[in-house]
Ligand binder design. Sequence first.
Ligand SMILES: [Zn+2]
Length: 291
Amino acid sequence: MKKIIIPLFLLLAALIIALYAVNYEKDPPPVTGVISVHFIDVGQGDAILIDYGTTEILIDGGEKSSQVADYLDRYVDGNMEIMIATHAHADHIGGLISVLERFTVEQIWYDGYAYSSKTFTDFISASEAENAAMHIARRGDVISAGGLTLLVLHPDITSSDLNNNSIVLGFSYGIVDFLFTGDAEHKSETSMLLSPAISVPDIEILKVGHHGSRTASSTEFLSVLTPEIAIYMAETGNSYGHPHQETLDALLDIGAHIYGTDSCGTIIITTDGETYQIKTEKLCDSVTAAP
Ligand SMILES: [Zn+2]
């Protein structure tokens, strides 16, 4: 019997080691310190800052004004490492022009689509004057600085359908996962779900697509993401009716807690890579189902 027991024991030990190795490989990279992600209230538009020590990453800058540049004065130490313009619409790239004029930006990422608007041509002129490295983001690209990494999930191609050119970014800090969607709509969501090149992640925090419009946040997409927190960025009383009730209902159906910059002002999520806290500029509650 001993001859049988010893090999079985060794086999079990080998299996435990093998399982441990598999789990170990799935562990997230080590993190040090606290990171904060600011969903800056710019009215009807997007502007998101990731601030990690002396590393700053800006995703969009709201409409043309110095509001975001003024906000960043408090946070940017030295250079801004990364600026990402999700797509060419003015409510995303307008405010980036003032940011480029005020700060030294090292890397600029955009969708590469040559839009004809004055705001877009002004953005390109300001980017070229910056002497920063200009990159066109495509599915599967990795954007990194200061130990932080963002994965580009979209677009794979661009067209005159500007919202669906939006750069969609996955970002993980420890075990806390974010998805930033720009104004990507259903068409982009389907493209991401079907792509063999990337997998759409299960996340904790979602920047809701296209200001909470019904043209984004399909039930298929949300059922894969299953965010705990969903943040839409919109202005109170905006002419589009954002966020649409259908989107809020779909988010509530999957159990997300919803916060909007319209009622909460700027929303800041702070995380050590394990847990996260939410701070809002104005006193507000997460959106709940209508009685
Ligand atoms: Zn927009």
